[in-house]
Design a protein around this ligand. Structure first.
Ligand code: SAM
Length: 352
């Protein structure tokens, strides 16, 4: 598995970066990561059908924390000031990362058509970027859930720092434990990748149960292009299997049709689907450049081996988006109800 020359310099293999061939199944697992919760659990992060298949003992929290709890200081070395860890939106390709991430938060709020006093659930709220932006600029009452303790600590402090305690609540909680409450709007940004293909139906059914009739759901997720058959699609590539093993335990990517089919099957009406592939290529390239520029600090924070693996992962993701071997889509859907959807007749308001 080789990658073209990128900002981290030269051709590289994941294993070479740390002195062993990590892609060789006979190679010992990288000691910096240990066996990895994905391997220990035998599948991806989301329980449900998969849990039934793989039996008890799967630990979603462990899988999520494996990736996100490297340390907040480490992520701050390459993310923007709002700590958004998903695709930015470049109104102009020359825009810097901070500007593009604010534009993405804002575009997400526009697509959700947030109004003052509405309630918003952000599933997988990360470091709290969207919930804080939505409360500050759109006057909503926002509820964010994450499985990462480091993110929870950071987001809770951010809410306090911004004086948003009355309008933003952050919980260290699996979103599947939420029930008996309905939100006006729900966002899921960069979280669906944790769910797993066999769990799509349960996932969308649960989101539907948390949404008011005609409530808007914004679905933002990385996707792989569909292959000739579902069987070929599910096979995946060796590169992706290595990524799951060493970086993103539990990760699994759908094709966009698989996701929208599942949404429709589970009571959603699809309104818009917008591809942001090149935006994510640019985002990942900027993340790589920033982490590379800050590599000495990253070595001190997370260790040299882990930093190098992260650099290769980010550069590999940049290439994959740039080449088009993966894509990313924002899909706007509503909880299906008879009659008018409640959306405006055109999308002009989004791009004004
Ligand atoms: C790639 S991060 C995206 C964070 C944020 N939405 C952003 O755009 O910056 C994925 C998030 O999903 C969360 N997550 C994954 N599975 C979850 C679950 N079952 N319940 C709640 N949060 C979950 C992780 O903790 C993390 O915050």
């Amino acid at each position: 598995m080789t990658w073209r020359r990128g900002p981290i310099g030269g051709h590289a293999r994941i294993g070479e970066a740390v002195g062993q061939d990590a892609c060789d199944p006979r190679a010992p697992r990288l000691s910096v990561f240990g066996p990895g919760p994905a391997a220990a659990a035998g599948g991806h992060a989301y329980t449900g059908v998969q849990a039934a298949k793989h039996g008890k003992g799967r630990d979603d929290k462990a899988q999520v924390q494996f990736h996100y709890d490297v340390s907040n200081a480490f992520y701050a070395l390459f993310l923007d000031p709002e700590m958004v860890y998903s695709c930015a939106y470049f109104r102009d390709w020359e825009a810097d990362l901070a500007t593009a991430q604010i534009a993405k938060l804002d575009m997400s709020c526009r697509k959700l058509r947030l109004r003052p006093g509405e309630t918003l659930l952000d599933i997988g709220c990360g470091w709290g970027g969207l919930v804080c932006h939505a409360a500050q600029h759109y006057g909503v009452r926002a509820h964010g859930v994450t499985l990462s303790e480091a993110q929870f600590d950071f987001a809770t402090k951010k809410v306090r720092r911004l004086g948003l305690e009355d309008s933003v609540a952050i919980e260290l909680r699996d979103f599947r434990d939420l029930s008996g409450i309905e939100f006006d709007k729900i966002a899921s940004i960069g979280m669906f990748e944790h769910v797993g293909l066999d769990n799509r139906d349960g996932y969308f059914r649960h989101i539907r149960s948390l949404l008011k009739p005609r409530g808007i759901y914004l679905h933002h997720a990385i996707a792989r292009p569909m292959k000739a058959t579902e069987k070929k699609f599910r096979k995946g590539s060796p590169e992706f299997r290595a990524l799951v093993k060493y970086i993103f335990p539990g990760g699994e990517l759908d094709h966009i049709g698989g996701s929208t089919d599942a949404m429709e099957r589970n009571g959603f009406e699809i309104h818009d689907t917008e591809g942001w592939r090149e935006h994510y290529g640019r985002t990942c390239r900027l993340w790589t450049e920033r982490l590379y520029a800050n590599r000495e600090a990253a070595y001190r924070e997370a260790g040299e081996a882990k930093t190098k693996i992260w650099l290769i992962y980010l550069a590999g993701c940049a290439l994959a988006f740039e080449r088009g071997t993966v894509g990313i889509f924002q899909t706007v859907a509503t909880k299906r109800a008879r009659g008018a959807s409640g959306l405006p007749p055109t999308r002009e308001d989004l791009y004004a």
